[in-house]
Unconditional design. Sequence first.
Length: 356
Amino acid sequence: MSNSNYYIELEEEYGAHNYHPLDVVIEKGEGVWVYDVDGNKYLDCLSAYSALNQGHNHPKIKEAMINQLDRLTLTSRAFRNDKLGLFYKKLSDMTGYEMSLPMNSGAEAVETAIKVARKWAYVTKKIPRYKAEIIVAEGNFHGRTTTIISFTTTEEYKYDFGPFTPGFPVVEYGSIEAIKAAINENTAAIMLEPLQGENGIILPPDGYLKAVAEICKENNILLIADEIQTGLGRTGALFASHHENVRPDITVIGKALSGGFYPVSAVLADKYILGLIQPGEHGSTFGGNPLAAAVGIAALEVIEEENLVEKAQKMGDYILEYLEEIPKKNIMDIRGKGLLIGVELKHELGGGTAFC
Ligand SMILES: *Cc1c(COP(=O)(O)O)cnc(C)c1O
């Protein structure tokens, strides 16, 4: 019996079965490599869906985390701490947004973006109270909270979990016409992934995001980019929106914002949007804690210092070239941007898209 079986049985017996993982029990990771309890070594192509853009166990982020662990981990936001301001400044300097609002998981940051966009809709755009709509795309993935699954189009994510939150018209991903048809005077925002990750690395037609951004401008609608998976270098640009020279009004980040050490997410926007949030209206016990801030700063510095954005482009091109050489017998399609690449298997083999 391999060592793995013991751990697999524990998980199966005592844990909720909300995942169906591969039976690889990992005990150690370093850079792009992971090692299982039976001594096998694997190249981690999934990299926790972009949460490990800096690689497993990055020494610089680890050091920042340990240093902070020795000093202070949590104050709650009832007090200030000496790391949060530095984290805000780093986020602003690196992304060009005037402000940020830190949360923990990606879903929480998406929820925050939804709340902030609705606030802007009522206070600034003067949409009648509780009429604000946020247009989203078919095939979207924005997380797992009850509001977010209200507008998923993946049935298994939602069917036993209603009633659902209204206010989210769903349109075909990649279609400008569909967006135009869905807009009305109560449209507050359009929320999109610049490239759909969970849906199977789906790239919209060239120029799509640019055209959506223009429609948003013409109609006084906020563009929210969910860059939790595509952001922070993965696609060969700091943000995937940059491939089309788009600067969304709100950008949501998470995953690689901590390099895999700790849940850290954030909503990025300018003052005219994030400045609308008043004390008490939104919060999180752990959001913006000093440990998260220290880890976040280090994770961002690694992206800069190691030129991970350019590297993702170069390595992505290299891997795409290499993948092209694989016999096409079992492969339907290979697509991606930078190091966010999917290999779609032929559907008679069970289909699905493997990450690379
Ligand atoms: C992973 C992901 C989320 C949710 O993040 P969690 O940290 O799992 O809550 C939201 N949007 C996108 C695009 C993601 O890839």
